[in-house]
Write a protein that binds this ligand. Sequence first.
Ligand code: SF4
Ligand code: SF4
Length: 419
Amino acid sequence: MRTNFTPAQLEDPQLAAAEKQLRACVHCGICTATCPTYTLLGDELDGPRGRIQLIQHMLETDAVPSAKVVTHIDRCLSCLACVSACPSGVNYPRLIDKAREHIERKAQRPWARRLLRKALGQVLPHRELLRPLLMLGRIGAPFAALLPEALRAPARLAARLPKAERGTPIAKVSRPSGTPVGRVALHVGCVQEVVAPRITRAAVRVLVRHGFEVTTVEGDGCCGALNHHLGQAAEAHTHAKALVADIAKHEDDGKPFDAIVTTASGCGAVVRDIGFQLNDERGAAVGARTRDIADLLRGVPLKTGRAHRFTRVAYHAACSLTHGMKQAAAAPQILRTLGFDVVEPRDTQCCGSAGVYNVLEPAIADRLQQRKAATLMETQPKYIATGNIGCLAQIAAAVQLPVVHTIELIDWATGGPKP
Ligand code: SF4
Ligand code: SF4
């Protein structure tokens, strides 16, 4: 597709990257059928091809976007199903990320909406703020109807999220008994550490049990993914830089980590792209080594017991793991090798979690959640497993059986506690 940016505009490397993707799009529309918001709403402007046109016009003119444009861009889940479908290799994140940042800088949103977005970007990445907020949300949930409209969805969400928990302390460095088979940095994260600290503990146990030396890395708590999805570039960069610096600090002894391991693919997908976001070589080196924990464990001989065998598990592949990190094949493969009876529903569309989407766009998120829950429950599982805390919480709020992280099942099967 032809573009009309000025040379001055293209001096911005992120705008230049977006322009390259705009030129790559041939408007074939093959991506459209895979887009969850298009299939739900049936509007071309709620599909990738329509959004790409809106983004091109908005970025070329550097215009203040209209409320209509903001609505269609806000409704995008950033699930990246369109990326996997596109035969021309259009890197849609380069477009939607730039569009979100542009909208965040220029759009005149209603004050309540602005306040909500600001609050989400300030609170969620900080565990010490999130804990009391979750508690308040649970108390306020029964009175949600009395709250201002913008606060109803977060109050309802807080009530549906797992309660805040305190995990047992983890050593900064955990070592195996013999010579390590590898040295990895394990990213701890923010929201997951508040609502499901058991996941990181299970990951440490599995890694150490199989010979890895594990150093936990945190930066300032968040990797920047939450702010990134909100278009809050400055905040996202601050968090990302802190994480890169924390990793570098532990490599100062000249021993680089073999991998940077994430247990939340929503974070992992953003960390893999951290070099581009920061326009920084150290960040690029971190991104290139970032792996989902199941992908790291693929090929590692796992020591398995018998108690879990033939337990039926419905596996939900998170969009960020499938289309973002492109590392979704490992988890179900490992679970099968360990002896679980794994079923993967054919409907692989987004569950509606998508970062903070379920707070900001609850009507669409709820429809996707209900569809996802029904598809998974049809398989009559004992557990539902996934590799991303957002999906885990979103699905758990809609079903009556345990929804766990894949690593918890791997932990159980290799000598850890039953989840
Ligand atoms: S499939 Fe790719 S090239 Fe075709 S419209 Fe979608 S993004 Fe553009
Ligand atoms: S990222 Fe997902 S919701 Fe957004 S346009 Fe692509 S397929 Fe549609």
